[in-house]
Design a protein around this ligand. Structure first.
Ligand code: G1P
Length: 295
């Protein structure tokens, strides 16, 4: 079985929900406390052993490329001033040279189409997909993507991350159809997927949480996928095809899912992540307690 070495990060979206902040700045570069949203996904992938990064970008996304590259002047300055902690914070997230690729999705035809754009770069090997809007955080420092990679090796099928959502949120996500299958530890065999169903049509409350491990056969499925929800080529629809031919497992999230895809989620993620920082925590708690929430 081939090792998963590559990760795809789709970052071509317009970020219209965050206008005007995202007029010239990519939404993936909005900071959550001290790092851009996208850095959380890259750090998670690096820690899980991913070696190559493939970004699917679009117009106006150049700052992402600069962020994951050296800034020699700044590094020189920090070294001279002996500010080694800051120096480490900007260099440790840079993948090795020749291990980072950018391809542009010039037509915004959906998430499935964005992944299909990486076919030539990924080649005939399994790969991970991480949606940067979703920050996955585990208090016990367990790496979620690593857990998914272990499950992929154990079961030999593609793997998707899942978590239970409340009824009101079902329409916001891709939803898993587990059929009659039950969870065994943190894994469940999937029978199907539906993208953003109505509550009435939802086969369960288990949502897809923006982390995937795919067999390269997903590309054949994507090629055959017609535009679906929102008139876009949906990754979830291609996954529904792959389930039938290959089987699929879902990995139950043991941690926090912070959805930075809209303003409320972004603010909540910022508060949550600030509370994880020992030097900020007390200050933030004091501030929240001091707020008069009746006004
Ligand atoms: C995408 C996927 C959806 C998944 C979600 C996770 O939707 O299409 O299946 O549940 O990410 O965040 P989007 O958030 O891009 O609308």
């Amino acid at each position: 079985m081939k090792k998963v070495r590559k990760a795809v990060l789709p970052v071509a979206g317009w970020g219209t929900r965050f206008l005007p902040a995202t007029k010239v700045m990519p939404k993936e570069m909005l900071a959550v406390v001290d790092r851009p949203v996208i850095q959380y996904a890259v750090e998670e992938a690096l820690a899980a052993g991913i070696e190559e990064f493939i970004f699917v970008t679009g117009r106006g996304k150049q700052t992402i490329e600069n962020h994951f590259d050296h800034n020699f002047e700044l590094e020189h300055l920090l070294r001279e001033k002996n500010r080694l902690e800051e120096l480490e914070s900007i260099t440790r997230i840079i993948p090795d040279e020749g291990k980072i690729f950018y391809t542009r999705q010039s037509q915004r035809r959906g998430l499935g189409h964005a992944v299909l754009c990486t076919r030539e770069i990924v080649g005939d090997e399994p790969f991970a997909v991480l949606l940067p809007d979703d920050i996955i955080w585990s208090k016990n420092k367990k790496n979620t993507l690593k857990g998914m990679l272990d499950l992929y090796e154990e079961k030999g099928t593609s793997v998707v991350l899942t978590s239970r959502v409340i009824d009101e949120n079902v329409t916001r996500y891709g939803i898993i159809d587990p059929g009659v299958n039950q969870f065994e530890h943190n894994a469940i065999k999937v029978q199907g997927f539906v993208e953003k169903p109505t509550l009435k049509d939802a086969p369960s409350n288990y949502a897809i949480m923006g982390r995937y491990i795919f067999s390269p056969r997903i590309f054949d499925c994507l090629e055959k996928t017609k535009p679906g929800a929102g008139q876009e080529i949906q990754l979830t629809d291609a996954m529904a095809k792959l389930v039938k031919s290959d089987g699929f497992n879902a990995y139950l999230l043991d941690g926090e899912h912070l959805d930075c895809g809209d303003k409320a989620g972004y603010v909540k993620a910022t508060i949550y992540m600030a509370l994880q920082k020992p030097h900020l925590r007390d200050d933030i708690i004091e501030y929240i307690k001091s707020l008069d929430l009746t006004k």
